[in-house]
Design a protein around this ligand. Structure first.
Ligand code: GUN
Ligand code: FE
Length: 435
C-alpha cells in the first residue's frame, strides 16, 4: 500500500525558521511520494484509503546523520573518560569483537531491531573495519525498512593489533570490494566511504579512499574537530595541513567529489568552516556525545545562521541513546549553555530549528526527504501524545515541544512509514474511505 492518506495533527518544517502545524488535517502519500497537507481531502485523492490517527502527532521520520552500530551493545556504559581514552578502552575493544561473525550476527540483530522500533527512518551508520560483518549489518538494516548509508570503517594506523588493517593497500582494496558488493544489492541500503578519523588513516589510505569516492561516486562520512586532544594530535600527525578539514580536503574527502558528512565540528576554525560551506559538507551535531566524552559545545547557531548543511546525530555510543528526540532536547539545552558560558551573541536554538535539523536539515542528505511538502519522499511517524496527559489546553506546537522533551518517541510511537511503506503499526487503527 504505497498510496494512502494519514489523518492527524500534522507538524513539519518548511525551512529552518518555519515550523508548520496543521491540526486535524490530511497528509497524502501517492506511490511513496508526499502530495502535501490539506484541511480536507482534495477530490482527486478521494479514492485513497484514510488511515485515521486523529488526535495524534504526525510528523516526518527522524534522521540520524551519525551512529555507530557496533557500539550499540555498550550504550550507557563507559562515560568516565575523554574521547581518545574512551576509544582505546571501550570502543576499540568492543569493535574488535566483530571479526567474529557469530557475535556480529547477535549484536547487529539487536541494533537493527532498535532502529526498526525507533522514530528514525533515515540514518548514516558506521560499521567496523570488518567487511563481512558490515555487509551482514546492511542485510539487517535493509530488512528493517529504513533507508541507510553504511560504512565499512578504514583504520590502518594508531589502533590496536586487533583492530587495524594490515596495510593501506589492503584497506583500500577491501573497501573497493565492499562498494562493488553492496552498491546495487539493496533497495534502501547504500555504501558510504568511512575513514574513521585522520589519526586512524595513513595518507596513502586517505588518498586511495578519495580516489574510490570519485571513481564510484560514493559519499563519505567521518569525524572532524571533535575534541581538543584529538585536534592537537591531528596537528602533530599532519604538520603540513592548514587544519583538520584540510587533511580530508587534500585527498578529495571533503565534499568536492561526493556528499560528505562530518560529525561534531566543535573546534572548526574559520578556514575549515569556509571549506565546509563551499563544498556543502553536512555537519552532524551530536550533543550527547559532546557532553559524555567531554568534547565541548559545537557552535550550531553560527552554522545555522550561515545556512550550512546541518543535521543531528545520536553518535551511539558516544551518545547514550538512538533517540533523535533526545538529541533535539540536548541540542536545545547545550545551545543555552553555549550562550550563557561561551558567547552571549549566539542566541540559543529554538524548537523550530532543532526540529528542522532532525528532519529536513539532515534529510536533505538523502534527497528530497524530511518534510511533508509536495514531492518529498514519504517518511512519517505517528506519536500518541495522549500518553503524556495534561489538564490544560495546549496548542499543537506546544504538544510537539512536550513530546520532544518528554521522550515521546520512545513512549508513544504508534506508527512509522518510510518511502511510503508502513514499517510499524503498534495497534490496529481505523482504516476507512470517507467517500
Ligand atoms: N572519533 C573516532 N572514532 C570515534 C568514535 O567511535 N566515536 C566518536 N565520538 N568519535 C570518534
Ligand atoms: Fe562518532
Amino acid at each position: 500500500m504505497n498510496s494512502f492518506i494519514i489523518k492527524g495533527d500534522i507538524c513539519y518544517s518548511a525551512d529552518k525558521n518555519t515550523l508548520i502545524t496543521c491540526p486535524d488535517s490530511y497528509v497524502v502519500c501517492e506511490m511513496g511520494v508526499c502530495k502535501g497537507v490539506f484541511g480536507k481531502v482534495p477530490d482527486r485523492y478521494s479514492a485513497l484509503d484514510i488511515i485515521d490517527h486523529s488526535g495524534m502527532l504526525v510528523m516526518p521520520g527522524m534522521v540520524d546523520l551519525h551512529i555507530h552500530a557496533p557500539q550499540y551493545a555498550y550504550r550507557g556504559l563507559g562515560m568516565d573518560m575523554e574521547l581518545l581514552d574512551w576509544l582505546d578502552n571501550y570502543a576499540f575493544p568492543e569493535e574488535a569483537k566483530y571479526s567474529d561473525l557469530e557475535y556480529a550476527d547477535r549484536a547487529y540483530d539487536i541494533f537493527a531491531n532498535a532502529v526498526r522500533n525507533s522514530a528514525t527512518t533515515r540514518l548514516a551508520v558506521f560499521g567496523t573495519l570488518h567487511r563481512e560483518a558490515t555487509e551482514l549489518l546492511m542485510d539487517k538494516l535493509e530488512a528493517s525498512g529504513s533507508v541507510s548509508y553504511v560504512g565499512k570503517v578504514n583504520m590502518d594506523r594508531n589502533s590496536p593489533d586487533t583492530l587495524r588493517e594490515s596495510s593501506a593497500r589492503a584497506s583500500i582494496d577491501d573497501t573497493e570490494r565492499f562498494i562493488l558488493e553492496t552498491r546495487d544489492k539493496y533497495k534502501n541500503t547504500y555504501p558510504v566511504i568511512t575513514p574513521r578519523f585522520v589519526p586512524s588513516c595513513t595518507d596513502e589510505c586517505m588518498k586511495g579512499l578519495g580516489e574510490l569516492s570519485e571513481k564510484y561516486d560514493v559519499p563519505v562520512q567521518s569525524h572532524l574537530s571533535e575534541n581538543p586532544s584529538e585536534v592537537e594530535w591531528v596537528r602533530e600527525l599532519c604538520p603540513d595541513t592548514l587544519n583538520y578539514g584540510d587533511a580530508y580536503d587534500r585527498y578529495g574527502l571533503f565534499g568536492k567529489h561526493a556528499e560528505t558528512i562530518m560529525a561534531h565540528c566543535v573546534y572548526s576554525d574559520d578556514d575549515e568552516v569556509r571549506r565546509m560551506k563551499e563544498n556543502g559538507v553536512y555537519i552532524a551535531h551530536c550533543p550527547a556525545s559532546n557532553m559524555n566524552v567531554a568534547s565541548g559545545i559545537a557552535p550550531i547557531r553560527k552554522y545555522l545562521d550561515m545556512d550550512m548543511n546541518l543535521g543531528l546525530g545520536s553518535d551511539v555510543a558516544g551518545g547514550q541513546t538512538e533517540s533523535i528526540f533526545t538529541s533535539m532536547t540536548e541540542a536545545l539545552q547545550v545551545s543555552r549553555l553555549y550562550w550563557r558560558l561561551v558567547d552571549r551573541n549566539m542566541k540559543p536554538l529554538s524548537v523550530a530549528e532543532v526540529f528542522y535539523m532532525a528532519t529536513k536539515g539532515g534529510g536533505s542528505f538523502f534527497g528530497k526527504v524530511g518534510s511533508f511538502e509536495e514531492g518529498c519522499e514519504f517518511d512519517a511517524i505517528v506519536i500518541d501524545d495522549s500518553l503524556l496527559p495534561h489538564p490544560q489546553p495546549l496548542s499543537l506546537r506546544e504538544r510537539l515541544e512536550r513530546a520532544i522533551y518528554l521522550g515521546g518517541d520512545i513512549k508513544a510511537l504508534k506508527a512509522k512509514y518510510c518511502r511510503g511503506s508502513c514499517l510499524i503499526r503498534n495497534e490496529e487503527l481505523g482504516i476507512r474511505n470517507e467517500e
